[in-house]
Design a protein around this ligand. Structure first.
Ligand SMILES: [Zn+2]
Length: 307
């Protein structure tokens, strides 16, 4: 997310536990126990650390449930520092790439792919170009679930907003049958995050936008092992998180992003045919948005609450 945090904290990485369940990746939507059927997941982000801050709980839980998880990141986050003397841009891209690898080990992400874009400049990329590259990834990975930012970019970052546009348009244009999830923030989460925003400075002015509770399909209120893993992954991104941990305190930092909410935009089949071929869709038509509610049952219920 590029919070301009840059203290190294290499001791924070906790390795993923060895209890992952693997399933045949060809068995689309495979389910273990009563866990959600996310199947193969393609997670599309703008910067190294977005996957952990925004969706670390969901990705770790999906990994535990046997999902193949592929992460696609648009930039290396090479401008994500306010202290270029300490984290020179020539090193920061490499450092953040290593941090991402460590975070992925914690979360159980199977594969990392990159787009070749410049940190902070995604909004300058021709929308059709960004969309085409994401569409290629969708074709290659054949995900059952795609997760990314909502159109607001969650924090209001223009890179996040561009990635959301590319991904949502690629999903619609391809008529992908994958389920598309947009990360969102509800009113109660916004209120809780507002209490630390003067320190955290995560959001641009006017953000986050609030998603009504009734539009949230999946909500995770993380506790226990999933919370531990999410924050271990975030702390693996030490260039972004270490000084925040120091300033917010361990407990405050853990609670900061402990809730994840997702809008279920639906399946590609819900998009009108004439939109599927257009690279210029500005929004997903709301009347075609299909909101679903996951029924998260044990053992997820120990970690998550349903809305
Ligand atoms: Zn970001």
């Amino acid at each position: 997310m590029n919070y301009d945090r840059y203290l190294l904290d290499p001791g924070s990485v906790r390795r993923a536990r060895g209890h992952r369940h693997r399933v045949d990746q060809s068995s689309s939507g495979a389910q273990i126990g009563n866990r959600p059927r996310l199947g193969t997941v393609l997670a599309v982000w703008a910067h190294p650390d977005d996957e952990s801050f925004v969706a670390g709980g969901l990705l770790a839980a999906a990994s535990d449930a046997g999902s193949r998880i592929v992460c696609l990141t648009a930039t290396r986050g090479e401008r994500g520092t306010a202290d270029p003397a300490r984290w020179h841009t020539s090193r920061l891209a490499r450092t953040r790439t290593r941090e991402l690898a460590a975070a992925q080990a914690v979360l159980g992400i199977d594969e990392q792919r990159w787009l070749p874009f410049e940190d902070g400049a995604c909004h300058t990329i021709a929308p059709g170009h960004g969309m085409a590259l994401v569409a290629q990834a969708i074709a290659d990975v054949r995900p059952d679930t795609i997760v990314t930012f909502g159109p607001d970019g969650l924090t209001g970052h223009t890179d996040h907003q561009a990635v959301s546009r590319w991904t949502s348009h690629a999903w619609a244009a391809r008529g992908s049958s994958a389920r598309l999830l947009w990360a969102a923030i509800t009113a109660d989460t916004k209120r809780r995050m507002a209490k630390v925003e003067s320190v955290a400075k995560a959001f641009y002015p006017g953000y986050p936008t609030v998603t009504p509770d009734h539009s949230v399909a999946i909500r995770l209120d993380l506790t226990g092992d999933l919370l531990d893993r999410k924050f271990s992954a975030i702390r693996a991104h030490a260039t972004q998180s270490a000084s925040l941990v120091h300033r917010m305190g361990e407990d405050g930092f853990r609670r900061w992003w402990a809730t994840e909410s997702y809008i279920d935009v639906g399946s590609g089949a819900a998009i009108a045919p004439h939109h599927r071929t257009s690279p210029l869709i500005r929004t997903i038509p709301s009347h075609r948005t299909r909101i679903q509610r996951d029924r998260l049952t044990s053992p997820w219920r120990n970690q998550c609450s349903t809305r």
